[in-house]
Design a protein around this ligand. Structure first.
Ligand SMILES: [Zn+2]
Length: 138
């Protein structure tokens, strides 16, 4: 998950934030074990994503994506890595949902990849034949 502007807006509009509360109250005190309990609860609620085995919480760890943008979390293999210090539960929810969406798209992406490989191979064979035919005319 990338740090996006709308997330800051979302925090600002957080209904938990009352007049008597300090910004410190926005922090969700969590341990890695609590995050793992949360993961199990999400899996039970949506009956999906059981392949995700565990959460590793590395608060404040600076990890960037290929574009150089900082990540709040990511899924690698069967592990959800959470780097967010202040909102680890929200980050876990985001990564879990993003994982489910990616899994949902996977059959289509696999099909497109196979189709593309097939088209490129056909194109290559066609160009080879055409190059031979043209070469004979020269
Ligand atoms: Zn994301």
């Amino acid at each position: 998950m990338e740090k996006l502007i709308w997330q800051k807006n979302r925090v600002a509009k957080n209904p938990r934030r009352g007049n008597s509360m300090h910004s410190q109250d926005l922090k969700t005190p969590s341990t890695e074990e609590e995050l793992n309990v949360e993961l199990r609860s999400f899996q039970r609620k949506v009956k999906r994503g059981y392949e995700l085995e565990r959460v590793v919480w590395l608060p404040g760890k600076k990890v960037r994506n290929l574009e150089g943008n900082p990540l709040d979390g990511e899924v690698k293999g069967n592990t959800v890595y959470v780097y967010s210090e202040n909102e680890p539960v929200f980050t876990l929810k985001h990564e879990f949902c993003e994982y489910l969406l990616t899994q949902d798209k996977k059959p289509l992406m696999d099909l497109i990849a196979k189709l593309l490989a097939h088209i490129m191979y056909d194109q290559y064979r066609s160009s080879e034949e055409l190059a031979d035919a043209l070469a004979q005319l020269l």
